[in-house]
Design a protein around this ligand. Structure first.
Ligand SMILES: *[C@@H]1O[C@H](CO)[C@@H](O)[C@H](O)[C@H]1NC(C)=O
Ligand SMILES: *[C@@H]1O[C@H](CO)[C@@H](O)[C@H](O)[C@H]1NC(C)=O
Ligand SMILES: *[C@@H]1O[C@H](CO)[C@@H](O)[C@H](O)[C@H]1NC(C)=O
Ligand SMILES: *[C@@H]1O[C@H](CO)[C@@H](O)[C@H](O)[C@H]1NC(C)=O
Ligand SMILES: *[C@@H]1O[C@H](CO)[C@@H](O)[C@H](O)[C@H]1NC(C)=O
Ligand SMILES: *[C@@H]1O[C@H](CO)[C@@H](O)[C@H](O)[C@H]1NC(C)=O
Ligand SMILES: *[C@@H]1O[C@H](CO)[C@@H](O)[C@H](O)[C@H]1NC(C)=O
Ligand SMILES: *[C@@H]1O[C@H](CO)[C@@H](O)[C@H](O)[C@H]1NC(C)=O
Ligand SMILES: *[C@@H]1O[C@H](CO)[C@@H](O)[C@H](O)[C@H]1NC(C)=O
Ligand SMILES: *[C@@H]1O[C@H](CO)[C@@H](O)[C@H](O)[C@H]1NC(C)=O
Ligand SMILES: *[C@@H]1O[C@H](CO)[C@@H](O)[C@H](O)[C@H]1NC(C)=O
Ligand SMILES: *[C@@H]1O[C@H](CO)[C@@H](O)[C@H](O)[C@H]1NC(C)=O
Length: 487
């Protein structure tokens, strides 16, 4: 029996309406496969009204056959698709991501064609926050590794709440800083660390989206996780991971709020012979997060922190910093100025950073494949190959910090970047007499020279690398880390 034409039309309208009954709300994040649409191959989702709506999609599994996404804010179109129409837009996928931003005064429709078994996410946001799915331009930061552990930080997410001292009550922070007050948990993103050997294909074969990476196999065991304020760039999430394999190149991503991906970074674990333990979470030396030539931490501690460090090492450090602060405040801080750019608080902060770097030497290892990529690139372009500032240390040569316990095995010391020193020189009043060795004389005996700033001229940021480490696992000297957003 044939249905009258008008009835057919009616049926068509109610069918498309039925398909578009799923309403997406602002802030929603949903995962779909064809199973969610009872087999419909071109389902539609209703979008909420907004003056500035962002719809973003992410593919969660690599596939030859990807869905296509069409958006319309034209309420006369109930099923936007490849045939187009006025104000019908296709969301182009790029590395598994796609987004559309525009106004939907009376709502809109997101239609999906070629829906199959490949799961995908749809996120809806409004206003200036931008699309929910995003590849962040800031990357995670490697603290350091041992043979089977790694300290990893997310990129900064929240600036510290710094109250600068003012005259007449110019009180500088005490040497023995207490733990900074953490940002409220509501204001901090939800973080996921994903870690896998670079050689295994488990990460590269998937789209680099939050949902794909979250479901990929991640290795290592989490020993410790906390929020940490390393430096003025802001709060980060910190992970101490264990259970890794010696001399292995790893790939790491950090996913924020399930949808924003930061990374990848690469790093190499040390050889099985490497014996220096990691030091981290020391409130008065917040940037110390690397391997230090110390005896192993007590049982039940996987690494050293403020509770396990020997007093023979920390007491002189805190006493030295207290004395320095006393001397510094003989200057009329906050009333008289010694520089248009620097204050006593800057001076104390940079001195603390330097003193910590000197008091906690950094262990590394000779012969790491540490400059593979950059050296090949450099050789091809004829540029100078940066070689890490390593100095061999044996039990018989005198360690630089006499308060360190004697070591029993050899290690290589990664020298602090000269910029750690010049930052103090720049920030502190002249009368304190703080001086750094000059690059053209013997600075390279005790510092890594020319990696961040240009060697002899000291031109800022024009050194061989421009920073102390990169995202590929190269670490040239012990210093502030990566510049934000450096690729
Ligand atoms: C789609 O189906 C999966 C599996 O049944 C379910 O976990 C998921 O919540 C569904 N998605 C939506 C948005 O309903
Ligand atoms: C949104 O899509 C446009 C066009 O494809 C792209 O250039 C942009 O980077 C995307 N934005 C985000 C935050 O992914
Ligand atoms: C629909 O979106 C397009 C592109 O953003 C915009 O130019 C147009 O004005 C919007 N239509 C309505 C009704 O807001
Ligand atoms: C809409 O939001 C985007 C961020 O997603 C922003 O760049 C843009 O300026 C906003 N447009 C309007 C008209 O507010
Ligand atoms: C001076 O400042 C410190 C730290 O900000 C504060 O603890 C102290 O109470 C202040 N002293 C006076 C006299 O205001
Ligand atoms: C530093 O402060 C902590 C607590 O804030 C305290 O337990 C520790 O003994 C102090 N260290 C020194 C050397 O004063
Ligand atoms: C993640 O969520 C938190 C809390 O909801 C929010 O403050 C933060 O801006 C979000 N971060 C990103 C990168 O979207
Ligand atoms: C700090 O000053 C005190 C008193 O003058 C002195 O005993 C101590 O040795 C000094 N500390 C350092 C590390 O120089
Ligand atoms: C680790 O692997 C990445 C990706 O293949 C590579 O770029 C990097 O140079 C490797 N790092 C080291 C230290 O070998
Ligand atoms: C460390 O070694 C030096 C010289 O080798 C020795 O004089 C000193 O007593 C040793 N210190 C300890 C704590 O063993
Ligand atoms: C330590 O280094 C010294 C000097 O290079 C060398 O003679 C010695 O064999 C090394 N010891 C170990 C355990 O590798
Ligand atoms: C240190 O610098 C001097 C002079 O620039 C140079 O001759 C020497 O080879 C350098 N030493 C190291 C260990 O790089």
């Amino acid at each position: 029996m044939l249905l009258p034409h008008s009835l057919l039309l009616l049926l068509h309208v109610s069918l498309t309406y039925a398909q578009a009954t799923q309403q997406l709300s602002i802030g929603s994040l949903n995962t779909y496969t064809s199973a969610n649409f009872s087999g419909s191959t071109s389902p539609a989702l209703r979008l909420p009204p907004s003056t500035n709506l962002s719809v973003s999609v992410a593919i969660c599994l690599s596939s030859q056959s990807l869905p296509r996404f069409f958006v319309t804010n034209n309420t006369e179109i109930s099923l936007p698709g490849p045939s187009g129409g006025s104000n019908v837009f296709e969301i182009q996928l790029n590395d598994g991501y796609g987004n559309w931003t525009g106004s939907t005064p009376e709502g809109g429709v997101l239609a999906v064609t070629n829906v199959g078994g490949t799961p995908f996410e749809v996120g809806v946001t409004e206003g200036d926050s931008g699309p929910m799915h995003e590849v962040l331009t800031t990357i995670p930061l490697l603290g350091d590794t041992t043979s089977n552990q790694a300290l990893i930080f997310s990129s900064p997410f929240s600036l510290p709440n710094v109250v600068l001292p003012t005259y007449p009550n110019y009180t500088l922070p005490p040497a023995n800083l207490s733990y900074a007050t953490q940002p409220s948990s509501g204001g901090s993103p939800d973080f996921t660390l994903v870690l896998a050997p670079t050689s295994s294909s488990s990460l590269i074969s998937e789209p680099q989206t939050g949902c794909a990476l979250r479901s990929a196999t991640s290795v290592g065991s989490q020993i410790f996780q906390s929020l940490w304020l390393r430096d003025a760039s802001g709060w980060r999430s910190e992970w101490l991971m264990g259970g890794l394999t010696p001399l292995t190149n790893y790939t790491a991503y950090v996913i924020e709020n399930r949808t924003k991906v930061s990374g990848p970074i690469y790093f190499v674990t040390k050889s099985a012979l490497f014996s220096c333990p990691l030091v981290h979470s020391v409130p008065y030396c917040p940037a110390v997060s690397y391997a230090v030539p110390l005896p192993h931490p007590p049982v039940n501690f996987a690494a050293h922190d403020a509770r396990t460090l020997p007093e023979s090492l920390t007491d002189p450090l805190l006493s030295g910093l207290t004395n320095f602060t006393t001397m510094l405040t003989t200057f009329a801080c906050g009333r008289d100025i010694y520089s248009p750019l620097q204050t006593c608080a800057d001076c104390q902060r940079e001195y603390r950073n330097w003193l910590c770097a000197i008091s906690f030497p950094r262990c590394s290892e000779e012969g790491l494949p540490s400059t593979t990529t950059s050296s090949i690139a450099a050789q091809q372009t004829g540029a100078q190959v940066p070689v890490s500032a390593l100095v061999p240390v044996t039990p018989t040569n005198v360690p630089r910090n006499l308060n360190l316990p004697n070591i029993t095995s050899n290690y290589s010391m990664l020298l602090p970047c000269l910029e750690t020193c010049t930052a103090v020189d720049r920030a502190c009043p002249y009368f304190l007499g703080f001086k750094c060795p000059l690059p053209q004389f013997n600075a390279n005996v005790s510092y890594g020279v020319g990696f961040i700033d240009k060697g002899e001229s000291g031109v800022q940021g024009h050194g061989l690398a421009g920073y102390s480490q990169d995202r590929y696992g190269n670490i040239w000297c012990q210093g502030p880390g990566l510049e934000e957003g450096v690729a």
